[in-house]
Write a protein that binds this ligand. Structure first.
Ligand code: B1M
Length: 210
């Protein structure tokens, strides 16, 4: 039986090596990677988020928990990525300017690559013009923006404007997501597609490119 409690406990303590070992053990037992992700890593990160909100843990603890989460993701990645490796389209991906949260963005990358999409990952704290430059250079089909802060989600509108100014608005689809982002927000800034989770983002991106 996969020990999701142990994964959660080790992730909350930021024990990256233990998280890796436990994720690998769960996979070795035949637990699907998606289940280890949902019941182990994501459930644990929700607890960290709740504790953070309630001032029970602070930035340093959250940071090491995030590192442990990324370590676990590395183990799951090969299994979350499917066999389909044809280049089905190109996506420029990043977390918006002023925002350093990159775990959700990394998950979006894994899922999109799993669908055979080529992902140009610009990292976090990405200025609107940088998305547009990368889209131009790589002849991208999609710009995908992630934001985790209510104070940074407004940057997504600037990405839409920067694309308009570059005369590329009709060529590139703007996808947005992240915890504070909603369909209403997407409509209000005239972005094209909002999705609530990484797997749905990857499915939408694949069908847009098709
Ligand atoms: Co931050 N933080 N943080 N933090 N942090 C949140 C987001 C917060 C909700 C915590 C809280 O108060 N409960 C809060 C935001 C409040 C708000 O704006 N409403 C917050 C805050 C306030 C801050 C700071 C301002 C704290 C401070 O310094 N006082 C600061 C800001 C720094 C900055 O960015 N400039 C800060 C810093 C940090 C750390 C650096 C310590 C660390 C980030 C480390 C890293 O990412 N490398 C961190 C973390 C880890 C969190 C929490 C705990 C976890 C976020 C996470 O990775 N979740 C978070 C609380 C929470 O979310 N419960 C919190 C797991 C991840 C898989 O989920 O990214 O939502 P998420 O991705 C989801 C979906 O949103 C979606 O797919 C994923 C699921 O499949 N998705 C997309 C994401 N991007 C998408 C794009 C798409 C489609 C779907 O299409 C393109």
């Amino acid at each position: 039986m996969a020990d999701f409690n142990a994964i959660s406990e080790m992730l909350q303590k930021g024990k990256a090596q233990d998280v890796k070992t436990l994720c690998q053990a769960a996979l070795d037992e035949g637990v699907p990677a998606k289940e280890v992700l949902d019941k182990g890593l994501l459930a644990a990160m929700d607890i960290v988020g709740e504790k953070f909100k309630n001032n029970q843990v602070f930035v340093p603890e959250v940071l090491i928990a995030a590192r442990a989460m990324n370590a676990g993701l590395e183990i799951l990645k090969p299994l979350l990525v499917s066999e389909d490796t044809d280049n089905a389209g190109t996506v420029v991906l990043g977390t918006v300017k002023g925002d350093l949260h990159d775990i959700g963005k990394n998950l979006v990358k894994i899922m999109m690559e799993g669908k055979g999409l080529k992902v140009i990952d610009l990292g976090s704290d990405v200025a609107p013009e940088k998305y547009v430059e990368a889209a131009k250079e790589n002849n991208a089909d999609i710009i995908a923006c992630s934001a985790l802060l209510t104070t940074t989600m407004g940057q997504m509108e600037k990405v839409v404007h920067a694309l308009e100014e570059a005369g590329m608005r009709d060529k590139v689809t703007v996808m947005i997501g992240g915890a504070p982002v909603t369909q209403n927000f997407c409509d209000s800034i005239k972005a094209d597609v909002y999705t609530a989770d990484a797997a749905t983002a990857a499915e939408s991106a694949k069908s847009i490119c098709a």
